[in-house]
Design a protein around this ligand. Structure first.
Ligand SMILES: Nc1nc2c(c(=O)[nH]1)N[C@H]1C(S)=C(S)[C@@H](COP(=O)(O)OP(=O)(O)OC[C@H]3O[C@@H](n4cnc5c(=O)[nH]c(N)nc54)[C@H](O)[C@@H]3O)O[C@H]1N2
Ligand SMILES: Nc1nc2c(c(=O)[nH]1)N[C@H]1C(S)=C(S)[C@@H](COP(=O)(O)OP(=O)(O)OC[C@H]3O[C@@H](n4cnc5c(=O)[nH]c(N)nc54)[C@H](O)[C@@H]3O)O[C@H]1N2
Ligand SMILES: [Mo]
Length: 702
């Protein structure tokens, strides 16, 4: 038997971007394991990706192009040839483009994080076509914008050093589920004497294993951070030298923080005042008095709310106030993606855009795709006539999905979906195209939780007639008559173009070396900001941000209340008194893996965690079916009566495929299309609901 090991990379939207070793026997992948030599992966994979072969060889894999033969959304398709599929698409897109190419919208996100199968050939295709541009805001843009204004880019500490921290604050993240390899290191820090604190309205799997869990109401983190700043300043727990040399706007920040004394903060957050005092005291004491490393793992949970951007700004000020950046094991990490020198211009070729700079095609925000699909023409831009979806499942993942589905159901909309499976979105496709998985194609990866480049070598031949995204857009480009040489680039050519040449951080790293070695680390100092040097124009941390003022934003961090809360929307809160959050379930990756039977079996069915006091008042018993609803929609879930959810909060771990839920619905039926204060991102966790027991269907807990 011919057996070999192929060096690969996990493609999923997760900070860990693991290095994989794929065992291939006689052309079949039989095992996907973590590379024991990669310092990030340490030979360990999450349950999901260790089941990657179950996903790749799943009997439901799409293996041929198909055309729709039923109603939109019904999911009835008939196989067709690649020629027929591509000719149909080219003819339709050409006709729309002849009227106005902005009628065509690409819709993609991070089904794969690969630089080749993500925005390379696809971006070139849509640029050349002059299609509407997609504002890719659905996940990270609130925090990324906040970090850019504060530190210049998505940069931060290297979590390989966190084992030496004395305090680790896990702020709005559940790393056991979604950042496993950081969690391993936080556990090591704990063994070496560090205190672990979770800040999360929900007692998540990770929060319950920390020394202390602080549970503010969703969307109040900005107030908590400003309360900490207040206490640090009040008690003189400051690194004056670091502030003096490496920050801008301390006086203005001091004034702003005056408005956030601990008592007020406790009131806003719905936590004991002691929590604010204790956390700020410990942070400042360790960092300033004892000169010990203190680390903050700032995550996405706290950003999916109205004030998500400003909350990140407030938290991001903390390490500069206490000089935490002086240590390799101190500082803050939200994302490391800004360290990677990527040649986006070569990958995506924005120079192909017609009209030149200053006359760019319209931008469509992916987070409001429901409204966008239902809208009529606007000045300068037509109604959306075609959507090409790849690497994403908007009908399940985009907010206010009743409207998203209504939009995709438009009879006059031409929809193309490139997918592995018949997802909730695929059901609306006019033409459905089979895409390869990570085991079947080539790619190169950066990461957002570490600083290694990784190669993904194809391990097996494509399944059925599946093709890589790149090849699909290459063939479409040819049919559209696009003759630029970049449309003939192979995947290897593209991978080789991804790394910006001449950048010292990537010295010695090339596609050729990556393919061979699997992964290589960027050259960065262990404590890159020990002596300032942030990638802002001033080189300093911007407590006060002049660019923000110029862009029309509050130049200082502040607490921006929820859109939906008793204080800001009392009438709404009277009808819908519970705050709902829908963070990632451990065994799913957004909506990926929901159809992998063994993983779905572990999650069971859609649940709603509700506090005993909130349940009792509604006659809800553990294990009963409940209906969760607001003005936008509703869903059914099985109640878990538990104090993991604080009072006033309900939690529905996500993101379920609608068609695999008993009522064909998921949490996004309830979420809204309003946007964050910074970054135009969705507010999935700024969502008031009511919950009622269902009359039939109540069962005893298993
Ligand atoms: N297993 C798994 N891993 C994943 C994903 C997945 O779906 N499944 N998704 C991936 C993606 S796309 C992303 S963006 C990352 C997300 O990574 P994280 O941001 O770490 O996301 P979560 O693990 O959901 O952690 C969010 C936590 O924030 C809490 N939270 C909700 N609202 C608030 C709030 O207002 N304030 C605070 N302080 N906490 C709040 C939630 O209760 C939850 O426990 O994970 C990635 N990894
Ligand atoms: N209620 C609620 N909604 C949320 C969130 C939440 O916490 N709560 N989280 C939000 C966040 S953080 C994110 S990032 C988004 C995620 O939203 P998406 O980026 O849409 O992620 P997935 O749901 O995993 O869908 C990715 C799809 O891409 C497909 N895919 C994977 N690889 C390839 C490939 O190589 N080619 C092609 N053509 N397809 C491929 C997969 O099969 C999968 O169906 O969801 C958001 N939605
Ligand atoms: Mo995300």
């Amino acid at each position: 038997m011919a057996s070999r090991i192929v060096r690969a990379a996990c493609p999923h939207d997760c900070p860990d971007t693991c290095a994989l070793l794929v065992t291939v026997e006689d052309g079949r992948a039989v095992k996907v394991a973590g590379d024991p030599d990669h310092p990030g992966t340490q030979g360990v994979l999450c349950t999901k990706v260790s089941r990657y072969t179950e996903r790749t060889y799943h009997p439901d894999r799409l293996l041929t192009p198909m055309k729709r033969i039923g109603r939109k959304g019904e999911g009835k398709f008939a196989p067709i040839s690649w020629d027929e599929a591509l000719d149909t698409i080219a003819t339709r897109l050409q006709a729309i483009a002849a009227r106005d190419p902005q009628g065509i919208v690409p819709y993609s996100y991070a089904g794969t994080m690969g630089l080749v199968q993500g925005e390379s050939m696809a971006a070139r295709f849509f640029h050349k076509l002059g299609a509407s541009r997609l504002d890719r805001t659905i996940c990270a843009s609130a925090g990324a914008t906040a970090l850019r204004y504060t530190y210049g880019a998505s940069v931060g500490m290297d979590m390989e050093h966190v084992v030496d921290a004395k305090l680790v604050i896990i702020w709005g993240g559940n790393p056991i589920a979604s950042n496993l390899h950081f969690w391993t290191r936080a556990q090591e820090a704990k063994r070496r004497g560090a205190t672990l604190v979770a800040i999360d309205p929900y007692r998540s799997l990770s929060a319950e294993k920390c020394h202390r869990h602080i549970a503010p109401m969703p969307g109040t983190d900005g107030a908590l951070a400003l309360g900490m700043i207040h206490v640090l300043i009040r008690d003189g727990l400051l690194d004056h030298d670091y502030i003096e040399r490496h920050t801008v706007g301390f006086e203005a920040l001091r004034e702003r923080a005056q408005a956030y004394p601990p008592a007020r903060v406790a009131e806003i957050c719905g936590i004991p005042v002691e929590d604010v005092e204790w956390l700020a005291g410990l942070y400042g004491q360790l960092a300033v008095r004892e000169r010990q490393p203190v680390a903050i793992r700032l995550n996405y949970g706290m950003q999916r709310v109205h004030g998500g951007g400003q909350a990140v700004r407030a938290v991001a000020c903390l390490p500069s106030l206490v000089g935490a950046w002086r240590h390799a094991a101190g500082g803050l990490q939200l994302s490391t993606s800004g360290f990677f020198p990527i040649n986006d211009a070569a990958l995506q070729r924005p120079d192909l855009l017609p009209g030149g700079p200053g006359k760019l095609p319209r931008l469509v925000n992916m987070s409001t795709i429901g409204d966008a699909l239902l809208a009529g023409p606007t000045p300068g831009a037509p109604r959306i006539e075609a959507v090409v979806v790849y690497n994403s499942n908007p009908v399940a993942v985009a907010p206010e999905s009743v409207k998203v589905a209504e939009g995709f159901a438009r009879e006059d909309l031409f929809t193309v979906v490139l997918e592995h499976f018949r997802t909730d979105t695929a059901d609306y496709a006019d033409i459905l195209l089979p895409a390869t998985t990570q085991l079947e194609h080539t790619d190169v990866h950066k990461a957002y939780g570490h600083t290694y480049f990784l190669a993904n070598n194809a391990a097996i031949a494509p399944m059925g007639e599946a093709l890589p995204n790149t090849e699909i857009f290459r063939r479409l480009a040819q049919r559209m008559g696009f003759t630029e040489p970049c449309f003939a680039d192979s995947d290897d050519d593209i991978a080789a173009q991804a790394i910006l040449p001449g950048d010292a951080r990537a010295a010695g790293i090339s596609w050729a070396s990556l393919k061979e070695q699997g992964w290589q680390k960027l050259a960065l100092a262990p404590a890159p900001f020990a002596d300032g040097g942030f990638p802002t124009a001033s080189g300093k941390c911007q407590f006060y941000s002049e660019p923000m003022a110029r862009d029309g934003f509050d130049p200082l961090p502040d607490y921006v209340p929820q859109y939906e809360s008793p204080a800001t929307a009392p009438e709404l809160a009277a009808r819908y008194p519970l705050a709902m959050i829908s963070p990632p379930a451990r065994n799913f990756l957004n909506s990926s893996f929901v159809n992998v039977d063994s993983l779905r079996a572990t999650e069971g069915e859609p649940h709603l965690d509700i506090h005993p006091a909130d349940a009792a008042g509604r006659g809800i018993v553990h294990g009963a079916m409940v209906r969760v609803f607001n003005d936008r929609g509703s869903m059914l879930a099985r109640a878990r009566v538990t104090d993991r959810a604080r009072r006033g909060l309900v939690v529905g771990l996500s993101i379920w495929w609608k068609k695999l839920a008993s009522d064909g619905k998921n949490a996004n039926e309830l979420t809204s299309q309003r946007l964050t204060d910074l970054g135009r991102a969705p507010v999935f966790y700024d969502c008031l609901v009511q919950v009622e027991a269902c009359t039939e269907g109540a069962v005893q807990p298993a």
